[in-house]
Design a protein around this ligand. Sequence first.
Ligand SMILES: C[S@@+](CC[C@H](N)C(=O)[O-])C[C@H]1O[C@@H](n2cnc3c(N)ncnc32)[C@H](O)[C@@H]1O
Length: 255
Amino acid sequence: MTQSTGKQIDWQGWLERWHRQQAAYLPDRAGRFNLMLDYVAAQRGNDPLKILDLCSGPGSISEVALKRFPQAHIVAIDYDPWLIEMGRQTLGRARIKWVEADLRRDEWLQAVEAGSFDAALSATALHWFKNEELVHLYKNLAGVMAEGGLFMNADHQPGQAPRLEELGRKLREEWQTSNFNRPGGAEDWEQYWQAARSEPAFRELLAERDRRFPDREHGHEATVNFHREALFAAGFKEAGEVWRHQNDAIMAAIR
Ligand SMILES: C[S@@+](CC[C@H](N)C(=O)[O-])C[C@H]1O[C@@H](n2cnc3c(N)ncnc32)[C@H](O)[C@@H]1O
């Protein structure tokens, strides 16, 4: 993309800033992605893979998965037109199909093949979904996954111990604050989006983003038990937590 001035947009730079900002919120963010892919590899070996990146943003999981599985094909779905454009511009389209869709609704099902995905992966996103929206998403997800396919979700998924949860939140906030406040520290979420908004070439995509997410509140953070029950109800045969750090967990489920 170029501005009317002809200035080239440094999408790779924006992507790197995205990763840096996200990593300052999430202990061992890269380790989470790698662990999810380890599970996929342990289950599938190096078979050609069809992977769904749910709420992909700029394709953060896809980027790692493409390198790790040279045979893999990915469908990356997100509703944010700017982040998806960043993904298109940095990862290209050779082995990725980018789908702009609201995963709370059903339209995305038209862009994918039923029963076809060996793995579906998601990170730091499903906490935006209300409980009933998660139940609906998991039903749709069960329909697009292959028998035996693996779903993995790394996200805020507290247990059911409120005082421990409170302590975890306090520790996390202290760690995040130190990441932002130290000299040369990371940009936070607000600063990142403010910077993007100050770039005239992004005006249209960001206006569309605002239109698509008009009532963005704080997330909902369903408990790990809620996720497990919703996955079973959707038709997954096994579901369990495979990693935890404070209130974040990776839930894995087999279709
Ligand atoms: C914090 S970002 C994480 C993106 C990416 N998984 C990563 O780890 O970098 C959360 C993503 O969820 C997406 N998202 C939130 N609600 C969505 C919805 N209803 N449908 C599709 N995408 C959604 C947002 O657009 C955003 O890209």
